[in-house]
Design a protein around this ligand. Structure first.
Ligand code: ZN
Length: 137
């Protein structure tokens, strides 16, 4: 199993996101005042500054906005991955998320901008919080 760094708690802004990940849910926030979608997790709306937000659960589907392939990473948490894809995914509920694309044999050839993807949660040896990644849908 992968051995990525784990979130450190207490961390008030992102803890609900990680508790969702533990339950197989990709969570995001919306503003109670102006309805803006807020992501990454934080204590206030990025459009109007309101501190009133509601946590929601995404269907977990989206589209690759852009990506890059990392061919080598010397960090112990990533060294065994070989070539892997880092991508921005436009999630269907309206937020863009930095993530990985998994489930392809050769990330240098099999990933395309505009590809439809679906979230999955990658269990980690390093702790109880899985990492949300996406695979071609
Ligand atoms: Zn707002």
């Amino acid at each position: 199993m992968p051995n990525r760094p784990q979130p450190q708690f207490p961390e008030l802004d992102s803890q609900p996101f990680w508790e969702g990940a533990k339950n197989g849910e990709l969570r995001y926030q919306t503003c109670d005042d102006c309805k803006e979608v807020v992501f990454y997790p934080r204590a206030h709306c990025t459009k109007c500054g309101s501190g009133k937000t509601t946590w929601r659960t995404s269907k977990g589907t989206g589209t690759i906005y852009t990506y890059s392939v990392v061919r080598q990473n010397r960090s112990p948490a990533f060294a065994d991955l070989g070539a892997y894809a880092v991508a921005y995914v436009d999630v269907d509920e309206g937020f863009r998320m930095l993530t990985n694309i998994v489930g392809v044999d050769d990330p240098t050839k099999q990933i395309k901008v505009g590809m439809k993807v679906k979230v999955e949660f990658e269990k980690q040896d390093s702790g109880e919080y899985p990492i949300p990644v996406f695979r071609p849908a």
